[in-house]
Design a protein around this ligand. Structure first.
Ligand code: UD1
Ligand code: CA
Length: 458
């Protein structure tokens, strides 16, 4: 293990993320493709964050606006490469900005290497200290389309892209490839960059040419071999995305299992990198947990649930086939099966939401129940109220959204439409089948439906 002190304020990281990702066959820029719900670029940025804080830049270009929007509010600085002329060109575009910020060293990482870890990066930086150009390498049984490492007498001499590789010129391939992680001295690189050309099979400016140029200048150049660590493999096509996603999924699941989370069918559980599941929580696969979700110890998540950016407290049970997104489920609550909690759904302690109930921007008070076939949108439901089957808060008038407020211990009869804005007082009772358009005072019965007439059959 290394002992690098916190990087100097003159060190930064640059993520290369402007490419289109042609081999993904997708309109979406490659770095926005996700692994366990988080874009590739986010994985890379979060691995770098502990080392660089907010001295973190990304070069973007293809669908730059889409990338910016996806990272709005996150501490990542962007430089735009309007034409994607290659990885060397991406660095040329970013360098003036890094210099303006007073940076002397830059760790450059390909944006399509999402499984890279902070520990590996820290070790690499330790190794690279004092060099002008350092590169992390991998040794694979088949070097495929990766850039090939050329050494002489063990010393790194050049990186040659697969397309341009010629054994007659470069020697027999050794299986050692370029991982796409570089530590660069800004002043050194500034001298070399203008000499990178694009006379190669791709017609692109390659960052990898810096190695050969630096060697020719007698600069200090190092290639750190990282064995065959699969976490350092770049992603260029859907098969590689699936491979890396599965690797990461398994690593996260195994780590949580070891910490004491109970999992049934762990091979079918998908959990994002920022999900916090406390030891003693119980999960049934298949299920998916994404974003900043937190599952407390003693909570149970049954199979076929998809939960994003939500909290589930102790003693709560989320039954099968429920979807939670930006929702909060309090202690001892029951959810589903087949419940949908949309953004702003808040269930207070011991409240119940049953099958085919949807909540959006709505709060269900302590001990309140909405057990069947209900929509609660823009609503406040008081503690211990009972919302009958088929109740609908009619929150939208075609232009604006309005609020429904229900007091504590109210009873809403089945098949009631509450036309918002409307308030139902505490301990009020609404007759089944009512369309409620006016407020109902507390402890009153509100009924609004056609009177029944019984006529003798002819
Ligand atoms: C690159 C390396 C190769 C290495 C491999 C490791 C070069 C020339 N080759 O190849 O040696 O083995 O990574 O995974 O660098 N990008 C830009 N602007 C551009 C072009 C690319 O920002 O103009 C970004 C891409 O979004 C991507 C990264 O740079 O995140 C690497 O580009 P990519 O086209 O994937 O390079 P590879 O062919 O994989
Ligand atoms: Ca790549």
């Amino acid at each position: 293990m290394s002992h690098v002190s916190a990087p100097a304020a003159t060190s930064c990281a640059l993520i290369l993320a402007a490419g289109k990702g042609t081999r993904m066959h997708s309109k979406k820029p490659k770095v926005l493709h996700t692994i366990l719900g988080e874009p590739l670029l986010g994985h890379v940025a979060e691995a770098l964050r502990p080392l660089f804080g907010d001295a973190l830049w990304a070069v973007i270009g293809h669908e730059a606006e889409m990338v910016c929007a996806a990272f709005a509010g996150r501490p990542l600085r962007f430089v735009e490469q309007t034409e994607q002329l290659g990885t060397g060109h991406a660095l040329m575009v970013a360098l003036p900005e890094l210099k303006r910020a007073g940076m002397k060293k830059v760790l450059v990482v390909n944006g399509d290497t999402p499984l890279i870890t902070t520990d590996t990066l820290r070790d690499f930086m330790f190794y690279a200290e004092g060099a002008d150009v350092s590169v992390a390498t991998l040794t694979l049984p088949n070097p495929g389309a990766y850039g090939r490492i050329v050494r002489r007498g063990g010393e790194l001499k050049a990186i040659v892209e697969a397309k341009d590789f010629d054994p007659a010129v470069h020697g027999e391939p050794t299986g050692e490839i370029n991982a796409g992680i570089y530590m660069l001295d800004v002043a050194a690189v500034e001298r070399l960059l203008p000499r990178i050309g694009n006379e190669n099979k791709s017609g692109e400016y390659y960052i990898t040419d810096l190695v050969g140029l630096a060697v020719a200048e007698g600069m200090t150049v190092r290639g750190l071999s990282c064995g065959s660590d699969p976490n350092l493999l770049g992603i260029n096509n859907p098969a590689e995305l699936a491979r890396s996603e599965e690797l990461r999924r398994r690593a996260i699941v195994e780590e949580r299992l070891a910490a004491g989370v109970v999992m049934h069918g762990p091979e079918l559980i998908r959990m994002g990198p920022f999900v916090a599941v406390e030891p003693g929580a119980e999960l049934f696969g298949p299920c998916e947990l994404y974003g900043h979700t937190r599952i407390a110890s003693g909570a149970i998540i049954e199979s076929h649930c998809v939960i994003s950016d939500s909290e589930v407290e102790a003693g709560a049970v989320v039954h099968s086939f429920s979807h939670l997104d930006h929702a909060s489920v309090g202690q001892d609550c029951l959810v589903g099966p087949y419940a949908r909690l949309r953004p702003g759904a808040v269930m207070e302690r011991d409240s119940h939401v049953g099958n085919f109930v949807e909540m959006k921007k709505a709060r269900l008070g302590e001990g309140a129940k909405a057990n069947h076939l209900t929509y609660l949108g823009d609503a406040e439901i008081g503690p211990r109220s009972n919302i009958g089957a088929g109740t609908i808060t009619c929150n939208y008038d075609g232009v604006n959204k309005h609020k429904t407020v229900i007091g504590e211990h109210a009873f809403i009869g089945s098949n009631t439409a509450l036309v918002a804005p409307v308030t139902v007082g505490a301990e009020a009772l609404i007759g089944a089948g009512s369309v409620i358009t006016r407020d109902v005072p507390e402890k009153h019965l509100g009924v609004a439906r056609g009177k029944q007439t019984n006529l003798r059959r002819r």
